[in-house]
Design a protein around this ligand. Sequence first.
Ligand SMILES: [Fe+2]
Ligand SMILES: [Fe+2]
Length: 288
Amino acid sequence: MSRIAVLADIHANPPALEAVIDDLSDLEIDEVLVGGDLVGRGPCGSTVVDRIEELGWTTIRGNHEDYVLSFRRRDVPDDWLVADEWSASRWMAEEIDDRHAEFIDALPFSASAETDADLRLFHGSPRSYNEGIGHWTSRGTLEEHFEGIDESLLVCAHTHRPLKRELDGGMVVNVGSVGLPFNGDPRAQYAIFERTAGTGSWTVEFRQVDYDRDAMLKHYETTGFLEAGGITAHILKRELEQARPYLVPFLKWTEIEDVEPTFDRFDDFLSIFDPEESMMDFFNRVRD
Ligand SMILES: [Fe+2]
Ligand SMILES: [Fe+2]
């Protein structure tokens, strides 16, 4: 019976990744898979790509791999190449070099474990790396996800929130995020899978690992990311500090209110936003 670790959403955070690597070295693990979003939302993408390449773990592609590649190719709307709120994305696309870009561009959409053909990994869902599976996902949708795959264990990430859902004959596990959790717990999070002897059913252990977050916050300054990345880099730093999402709800809110995403507007947003409230409830409140 193999023990398989899956980690994802490292988001350019080397101290968090190193803490997970240390944690793994104390455990008997047969295989490690990486669920995408190595880069993006942070200043040290190149260090993370180098380390993952060196480890040789099976790795798939997340939506942030494609964001970074799109910016490198300048294959984005014209105003994203100049607007302030996209300066962080431009900076992150420049931070990696051609070799890193080649590595992430070769990553597949999905992978199975080599040591157990019953585990299948996607970044978001079998349909899209932008479709997060969470507590809001209906049972019917989960069943549709299983119709397209042969495996009984579907492992995913992207929402930055760990989750386990069981169905007849299948289990879905979201492993959470190593580098930028959104569940209020700032520790690096990942999961370990093992089959129960006899029944062969899967068990999952969610792990949380302390790491030097201050060292990561310092990278925001020493790399120049915080200064060059404007409001977006400041919001990403806040997400790291609070382990809660701010950037996506803020940008959506500026669209609804038809205002520019500036520092002042972010202060206005903070006065009404509760990161523990569901996004749906927040936007219903804003629209009322
Ligand atoms: Fe992510
Ligand atoms: Fe993602």
